[in-house]
Design a binder for this molecule. Sequence first.
Ligand code: ATP
Length: 345
Amino acid sequence: MIELAGISKTFKGKQGSIHALKNVSLSVKKGEIYGVIGYSGAGKSTLIRCVNLLEKPDTGSVKVKGIDLTKLSTKKLREARSNIGMIFQGFNLLKTATVYENIALPLKLAGFSKKEVEERVKKYIKIVGLDEKHHAYPAELSGGQKQRVAIARALAFEPEVLLSDEATSALDPDTTEAILELLLKINKELGITILLITHEMNVIQRICDRVAVMEKGEVIEEGKTKDLFTSPQHPTTKRFVSNLFTHKIPNDMLEKLNESGQVVTLSFFGESSGEPALATVTKKFDIYPNILSGSITHLKEDTFGQLVVHMKGDPAEIHKAIRYLEQDQVHVEGVKISDENKRVS
Ligand SMILES: Nc1ncnc2c1ncn2[C@@H]1O[C@H](COP(=O)(O)OP(=O)(O)OP(=O)(O)O)[C@@H](O)[C@H]1O
C-alpha cells in the first residue's frame, strides 16, 4: 500500500546541513498497522510527512497504491492526498467551530454535497463515539475527545491510509489506551492501513503488526513486532524493549543467586505458556525454579509475557532445562549484572 524507496532529506540550517533522512526504504502492506519508533530527532516526523508529500524528499520515490506521488501534478497530488488521512499530536482543530463543523467544513471545501456532508459527519461522529458532542466546542472537550474529532475528520474523507503523527503523545495512559483501541477498530472494521510514528514502545506493542526503529535518519532495525520483543538486535531497540519491562533485580542479589544456579528471563507468547512450561521442567529435571518477577502484556493479536526466574540446581540440569524450554517456544536469556541494573541485555 505504501512503498518508500531510497528516501533522503537534508535541511539547510544556520549551523550547516541536517541529514534528517538517509536513504530510508520501507513498505507497508494493505490492512497493516505499521509503527515507526525512534528517539527525538531520529527523523520520524520528516519521514511521515514525506508520505503525503507535506515534505518533499530530495531523492527517492513515495508510492501509495503503486502511484509515485513525487511524479504527480499539483491537481493529481491533491486527489491522491484525499486517500491519505492524517492525525496529529496537537489535534489541529478549529477552536471557533463545533465538533460537527470541524468535521463538516473540510468536506464542504472539498465540494461534497450538503446531504453527503451531513451523512458522513453523522456516520463518523458515531464511529468515534462522540454522538453526544455534536454541538460542543474544542475547549469543552478532553484531549482524548479532541483526538476523536480529529480522527472523525480524517475518516470522513474515507481514506484507505491513515497517517498518525504521535497521536497519543499528549494523552494520559488511560486515554492513550482508548485512542489505541479506536485505531484498532478503524483498522479492523474499516480496513484502513495505518502508518504511525511514536516514541512510545507501548503504542507499538499494543497495536502494530510491524515496526521500524529509526536513529539518526536511518532505519536501524525492522520486523514483526513479535520478533522485536523476543530478540531485539540493535542496542537502541533493546533499550526501547527493556524500558517496557523493567524487572529490577539488585546486583548483590543477582550475584548471590547466581552462586546457587542461574537467573534467567523467560519470554513467551500466549497467556499461559510460560508457567506450564516451567512446571514441566521442574518435573522433568532436577532443578528448583523460583519466580522473581513477571509481567504479561497485550500485543495486537497476542499476549507477551516475561518471567525472571532463579533456576536453582546443578549446572548440567539447568542447561538441559533451558534447552527444553527453548524447544517449547520459550525464549531464554541470562540476566546479566548491569550498570543500569534494569533487565536483561
Ligand atoms: N524544517 C526543518 N528545518 C531544519 N531542520 C529540520 C526541519 N525539520 C526537521 N529538522 C531536523 O531534522 C532532524 C529530524 O527531525 P524530525 O522532526 O523528523 O525528528 P523526529 O524523530 O520526528 O523527532 P521528534 O520526535 O522530536 O519530533 C532533526 O535534527 C530536526 O532538527
